[in-house]
Ligand binder design. Structure first.
Ligand SMILES: [Zn+2]
Ligand SMILES: [Zn+2]
Ligand SMILES: [Zn+2]
Length: 267
């Protein structure tokens, strides 16, 4: 559990990180000019960082040309690790900056809402969990880097005035309808793989350590937690806003099992 004083020092660190990234962003003359950090344990265990743009058109430009994505990745790379699998969620806004407690609360409500996932028969998302609009018309955008095709990027909702933001990447295998199956087990020192077990109730389990998860979300939270602890753990998962999937096996660190086994010796 996070004690209250831990929350306070965490708030300071989150604030310092966002301030630092914002000052870099301001130099780029993107229209990003301010931020709000929102936390209310009655609403969500997560923290919300909302980055504000001067107006809708500068935010649209920034979503389109990848600037928002660049800021998002800078922040996720620098923000402190949260405990208990909680997350700092980053989003963008062009509305009026909140000026009193009610407006801060409304802003948090707006940015913490998620929509229930809905899938078609093949397991593809039909609704965007961020904005609630149909998922299919969302465009997947990406920068090219060194490859001739993008391997990761961000998405963009075509609805007017919608600024939902999420990132995506490729290189994962995930049989439709079998979310969670084949993932590396997130338990300490365990390098087993998760299997989906269709019983009543169904669950996800690791044959190696015997741990079970009855909710996919719980499994994802444990994955999030262990990924933040160890880089080699992070590298065996591909995370999109909708699911966590295993990387194709050739991409895992060669000494993965060895590194995981050593976790008994640390913390
Ligand atoms: Zn939308
Ligand atoms: Zn959306
Ligand atoms: Zn295990």
């Amino acid at each position: 559990m996070c004690a209250n004083d831990e929350n306070e020092s965490l708030a300071d660190r989150v604030d310092a990180t966002v301030r630092e990234v914002l000052s870099e962003a301001i130099e780029c003359d993107s229209g990003m000019y301010n931020y709000a950090i929102l936390f209310n344990s009655n609403v969500s265990p997560d923290w919300y960082v909302v980055l504000f743009f001067r107006d809708g058109s500068s935010l649209e430009d920034s979503l389109e040309n990848g600037f928002s994505n660049w800021v998002y990745r800078l922040l996720t790379g620098r923000l402190p690790r949260m405990c208990d699998g909680r997350q700092v969620r980053i989003s963008f806004d062009a509305g009026p900056f909140p000026s009193d407690e009610t407006e801060y609360r409304q802003l948090l409500d707006r940015h913490s809402v998620t929509f229930d996932p809905e899938n078609d028969e093949e397991g593809r998302a039909t609704v965007c969990i961020r904005c609630g609009h149909a998922f299919n018309p969302h465009r997947l955008l990406g920068g090219l880097g060194e490859k001739s095709y993008p391997e990761e990027g961000w998405m963009r909702c075509p609805e007017e005035g919608c600024y939902c933001f999420g990132t995506w990447s490729v290189g994962y295998i995930c049989p439709p309808g079998l979310d969670g199956d084949g993932l590396r087990c997130p338990s300490k020192a365990c390098y087993g793989r998760i299997a989906f077990v269709e019983e009543d109730p169904s669950f996800w389990g690791c044959g190696e350590c015997g741990n079970v998860w009855f909710e996919l979300e719980e499994l994802y939270l444990d994955i999030e937690d262990i990924s933040e602890r160890h880089d080699y753990r992070d590298r065996v998962y591909v995370k999109t806003p909708y699911r966590v999937a295993p990387v194709v096996s050739g991409v895992e660190p060669a000494d993965y099992d060895e590194l995981v086994r050593k976790e008994w010796e640390v913390d």
